[in-house]
Design a protein around this ligand. Structure first.
Ligand SMILES: *[C@@H]1O[C@H](CO)[C@@H](O)[C@H](O)[C@H]1NC(C)=O
Length: 188
């Protein structure tokens, strides 16, 4: 009996210990403030896709052929919309333009993608200067994506992103190669 109580106590202690001490970066995953000064204006303009993390490799499979992606966020046709354009440089050298319309949610930084009712995007601040973390959730997948204003942020930034997400049980990790020149962003 005493043995079982000890086992239970040790087990609980293990849970508490792990959540406090093994995941110190946990605290860094803070949602962006809704202050108008903080959102969305400072997030407009160019972003480079650096890395992704997900519970399984399959949830990152759509980036397998990607060398690099450059994004450009701009104001949408209404104040509650954002226009996101991207050009994907595929490993085979081809450029693939993409665009999405995001709808802002009143009172939060959550974004809804037009035409994708299953999809939800949450924005988090990053401990890395000029970095931002997105969490995308859709039908059957969820993933964290790390973006930076610079195409090659420091290794420490990437390591922090990886240890934070791995700590949250998003153990599959993908770092974009970024070996080729970024494709040109077009406005059409
Ligand atoms: C990129 O974003 C900026 C800031 O939102 C905007 O002024 C510019 O027109 C955008 N460029 C393209 C090519 O979409």
């Amino acid at each position: 009996m005493l043995h079982q109580i000890w086992a239970a106590l040790l087990y609980l202690y293990g849970i508490v210990f792990n959540s406090i001490f093994q995941c110190p970066e946990h605290r860094q995953l803070t949602t962006l403030g809704m202050d108008r000064k903080e959102f969305p204006e400072p997030h407009l303009g160019k972003w480079y896709f650096i890395a992704g993390a997900a519970p399984t490799k399959e949830e990152l499979a759509n980036f397998d052929l990607v060398d690099n992606i450059v994004f450009n966020m701009s104001a949408g046709s209404t104040p509650m919309q954002l226009q996101l354009r991207a050009t994907v440089r595929l490993k085979n050298g081809y450029c693939k333009p993409r665009k999405w319309t995001y709808h802002l949610t009143e009172g939060s930084t959550d974004l809804r993608t037009e035409g994708r009712p299953d999809m939800m995007t949450k924005l988090f601040s990053s401990s890395c200067p000029d970095g931002i973390i997105l969490k995308e959730t859709g039908q059957g997948y969820q993933r964290f994506l790390f973006y930076n204003r610079l195409p090659y942020p420091s290794e420490k930034c990437v390591e922090e992103f990886q240890s934070l997400t791995s700590c949250l049980d998003f153990k599959a990790f993908l770092l974009t190669p970024r070996k080729q020149e970024a494709c040109e962003l077009t406005s059409n």
